[in-house]
Design a protein around this ligand. Structure first.
Ligand code: SF4
Ligand code: SF4
Length: 233
């Protein structure tokens, strides 16, 4: 099972679960900033690339400065506030991660492709308003502009599981038969495979391809690279 939801040491209390895209749902955030504190915000390479693009830096720099666990989570400061939280709100609002867009929803899916949503009990002090009516959850997703993020999450999920299993098994290029083959099969080191810019740069150098500038193109090449490296003997 996968999930994109705010993640804390203790399970988040749910108001209801088993929702689908047709379930009536609406919510207006009043930007009180309470929910940008005391969380663990998990991110994938696409979300890192969006944040890096917003900040005008590489994904390598973004991972080093703003994340923990090799780009897996956003950093929080000593007061447990998200590193992107400023006095006027989120400093990367246009490119904020999926869990921030979905809140107060969490999305779940399983390996059969089933999808469902939960509504999290709002933060203490949350000033968000449920507007009632017959607005569907799908309309809420559209209003939060999550579809590129959902597509990226789904397309990365299987690849990342397979890549982690390969690395845990110590997958490398020991069986390559000559220097060229060894170079083509070379896996990025030290977590570079999670770093979109670093991984794509290696992949492009190995094939003498131009480095893609568009984020969606770069993501597709990153996923091609992961798929290629996963399939190596
Ligand atoms: S706590 Fe509620 S109102 Fe405040 S920023 Fe989060 S969702 Fe919006
Ligand atoms: S990225 Fe922005 S919206 Fe998300 S937790 Fe951080 S400050 Fe809040």
């Amino acid at each position: 099972m996968s999930h994109q939801e705010t993640d804390r040491a203790t399970p988040l209390p749910l108001r209801r679960t088993g929702l689908d895209r047709h379930t009536p749902f609406s919510f207006s955030c009043m930007r009180c900033l309470q929910c940008c504190q005391s969380k663990k915000i998990q991110v994938n390479p696409y979300e890192i690339a969006r944040l890096a693009g917003n900040l005008g830096i590489s994904t390598t720099e973004c991972i080093a400065r703003f994340t923990t666990k090799n780009g897996s989570y956003l950093k929080f400061d000593n007061e447990n506030r998200c590193i992107f939280l400023g006095s006027d709100g989120c400093r990367v609002h246009a490119d904020r991660p999926l869990v921030c867009r979905l809140y107060p929803l969490g999305r779940h899916c399983n390996d059969r492709g089933d999808e469902w949503f939960s509504e999290i009990e709002p933060e203490a002090g949350c000033r968000g308003e449920s507007n009632g009516g017959e607005v569907s959850l799908e309309r809420y997703l559209e209003s939060q502009e999550v579809h590129a993020y959902l597509d990226a999450a789904d397309s990365y999920l299987k690849l990342l599981w397979e890549m982690m299993a390969l690395l845990e098994q110590g997958g490398d290029n020991e069986d390559a038969t000559d220097a060229t083959e060894a170079e083509e099969h070379l896996l990025p080191e030290n977590g570079e495979w999670m770093d979109m810019d670093a991984a794509v740069r290696i992949y492009c150098q190995q094939r003498e391809l131009p480095f893609p500038l568009d984020i969606e193109d770069k993501m597709r090449m990153h996923q091609n690279a992961l798929q290629f490296w996963i399939q190596q003997p």
